[in-house]
Every structure is written in C-alpha cells, then in structure tokens.
Design a protein around this ligand. Structure first.
Ligand code: TLP
Length: 347
C-alpha cells in the first residue's frame, strides 16, 4: 500500500488533544472539586451554563454519565422515561436507566431524520391509573447519532417540550453533539436548548478534549445531579486537569466543527458514487455518515479495514464514518480512494 496511514473514521471520540490544549491542561489552576474549590472546573461549569442558557452546570466523566445523572435527577425509582427508538440512551448505555436509576425506558419511534410523531409521543404519556408508572421524562437527542447525525430543528424540540410540559413531563436533551447541531443550524446552543429542562453535551467528541461532559439545567436540578454524580463515584478531585481542556475546547474548537461537516459532505458525495453504497449525501447534515452496503458487505468491511480505513459497523449492512479534528480533506480523499479500491476488489 502506497500510504500506510490509518484513517480512523470510527468516531469523533478518537480525537487527540492538540499541543495548545495540552498546554492549557498543564497550566490549569486546580483544587479539590468535591469541596467546590477547583477553579478550572468552576470556570468550565460557568461557561457551559452560559452557552446552554441554563442556570447551572455540573462537570461529569462522560456522556453516558451525563444522561444517567440526568435521569436519576429528574426521575424517582419506578418512573418511566420516553426515549427515541434510535436513542443512544436506549441502545448504548448498558441499560443504566433500568439497572442503576430504576427507571423504565419506553421507546417512541424516531423517523429517518431522528424526529418523533407528536401524536405517538402524546399517546405514550401515561394517564392516571393504579397500574401505570409515572411518565417523568422525555429524552431527546440532538444531533441524532443513529439517524446519521441529523439536526433536530428547534421548532420540533419546542413542540415536543410543549406537549411534555403540558403533562408535567420534563425534557432532557442528550446533546452529546449539540455544538455540531448549533453550527449546522447557524443558531446558538442556548436557543436549541431553551425549551428543554436539561441538556448534557460532550467535550470529548468533535470538541477534541480528552475526557468529560457537562450537564446543564436549573440550579435545584444541578444540586441534585451533583449528589447523584457523587453517588455514582463521579466526584473527582483535581478535575481541573481535564476541565481545562474543556474550557479550551469551548473557546477554540467550536467554530471549526464546520470543517468536519464539509469533510463529511465530501466523504458522502464520494461514497454515494459507488454502486454498492446506498447513501443520499443530502441526508448528511453534520459529521456523521451512515450508509448501507449492497452485495458482500462483510468482505467490503474487511477490505476497508485491511486498507487502513476504520469505520464502525452500525448494524446489518450498515457502516458509520465520522469526520473530526484528526481528519483533513486529504484524509477524506485518501479514504475514498481506498474505499473505491476495496469495492473494485469485490466487483
Ligand atoms: N457515542 C459513541 C458510541 O457510544 C456509539 C459514538 O462513537 O458515537 N450520547 C450520544 C448521542 C453519543 O453518541 C454518545 C457516544 C454518548 C451519548 C455517550 O458518550 P460517552 O462515550 O462519553 O459516554
């Protein structure tokens, strides 16, 4: 192979901290965050609350912890939470809502663009009956990962939130990639999140930080979330070492997400030219490209991997490629050349 570089498109979680981010980490003022004394964590939490337009915020270890802490803080044991049929919370969080929070998840159908049918959601909200759990929470996801990084439009979020609130149901957004949604929609995160009660976002995906997520919401909710985080063992001491990377990311890594979206679009257009790939480039709004493979898909996936192009398997015949900070346009072009080669080898 002429170019032996690995082109890692498995996820934007593989991003490595830049030299400037590493310097910010090295120089971070720190203290004991369980005592509320870590200046870098306090700064990150203040910035996160401000960016999301919420009263307060709490720094947590991961997106999964952010969602679990949110569910534990909004719900009591025996409550029910509605989540999308394609939600990360439902598919990839080890059933933490059930196993740890004691909360039953109920799926509402996500369409191909990650949206809900409002009537279906309305019908899923439980009425008063001695047999029923209380519907306490509606969980949205923006961007919607399994729906190809789709941006959920603010009007749809507002409609769902109005429905939920009319029934006393709170709304949480899994905003792991909300900054991608904001950049794609040309709209502040605070606007996208305004009708929701809480939102969590990840620093360790497209924003390029090594660790961490921030959960944001009303002050009383965040006070409870802080206790839940402690209960889960997530009270970290000199956490400013990692929070400093998050501060740097919010200051320097948001606007460049547009490059990842452009690269994903170039990748999608190249992939869609291949007869064995089923993909509409117009469906790619952010940095996630999900496509179906016709014919011998397992051999195709193997060929890709052997050529040094790493993708994730997202189901039968379905692969996902994600662009990120570590991937430039030359990498996209090289990946496409190798994809064409893997496809030709099968033809
Ligand atoms: N998603 C990962 C995998 O788990 C699939 C990825 O590579 O995309 N919400 C959403 C929408 C996510 O996509 C993820 C990570 C999480 C939450 C969880 O974040 P972490 O990995 O920090 O626990």
């Amino acid at each position: 192979m002429a170019d032996p570089r690995i082109i890692d498109l498995r996820s934007d979680t593989v991003t490595l901290p830049s030299d400037a981010m590493r310097r910010a980490i090295a120089e971070a003022p720190v203290g004991d965050d369980v005592f509320g004394e870590d200046p870098s964590v306090l700064r990150l939490e203040a910035m996160a609350a401000e960016r999301t337009g919420k009263e307060a915020a709490v720094f947590v270890a991961s997106g999964t912890m952010s969602n679990l802490v949110a569910i534990m803080s909004h719900c009591d044991r025996g409550d029910e939470a509605i989540a999308g049929s394609e939600a990360h919370i439902l598919h990839y969080e080890v059933a933490g809502a059930a196993a740890v929070a004691g909360v039953q998840l109920r799926a509402a159908t996500n369409d191909a663009r990650g949206r809900f049918d409002i009537d279906e959601v309305a019908a899923l909200v439980r009425g008063q009956n001695v047999h029923f759990p209380r519907t306490a929470l509606l969980c949205l996801e923006n961007t919607q990962n399994r729906c190809g990084g789709a941006v959920i439009p603010v009007e749809h979020v507002e409609d769902l939130a109005a429905l939920a609130h009319a029934h006393g149901v709170r709304v949480h957004i899994d905003g792991a990639r909300i900054f991608n949604a904001a950049v794609a929609a040309g709209m502040p995160v605070a606007d996208l999140a305004a009708s929701a009660d809480s939102i969590g976002f990840c620093l360790s995906k497209g924003l390029g930080a090594p660790v961490g997520s921030v959960l944001c919401g009303p002050a009383a909710f965040i006070a409870r979330a802080r206790k839940m985080r402690k209960m889960l063992g997530g009270g970290m001491r000199q956490a400013g070492i990692i929070a400093a990377a998050g501060v740097y990311a919010l200051d320097h890594m948001v606007d460049r997400l547009a490059d990842d979206h452009d690269n994903a679009q170039a990748l999608a257009r190249g992939l869609a030219e291949l007869p064995m790939i089923d993909l509409d480039p117009a469906s790619v709004e952010t940095n996630i490209v999900i496509f179906r493979v016709r014919g011998d898909w397992l051999d195709f996936a193997r060929g890709l991997k052997e050529s040094g192009v790493l993708a994730s398997v997202y189901g039968e015949r379905t692969l996902r490629m994600v662009t990120h900070y570590g991937i430039g346009r030359a990498d996209v072009d090289e990946a496409l050349a190798r994809v064409r080669h893997a496809a030709a080898a099968l033809a």
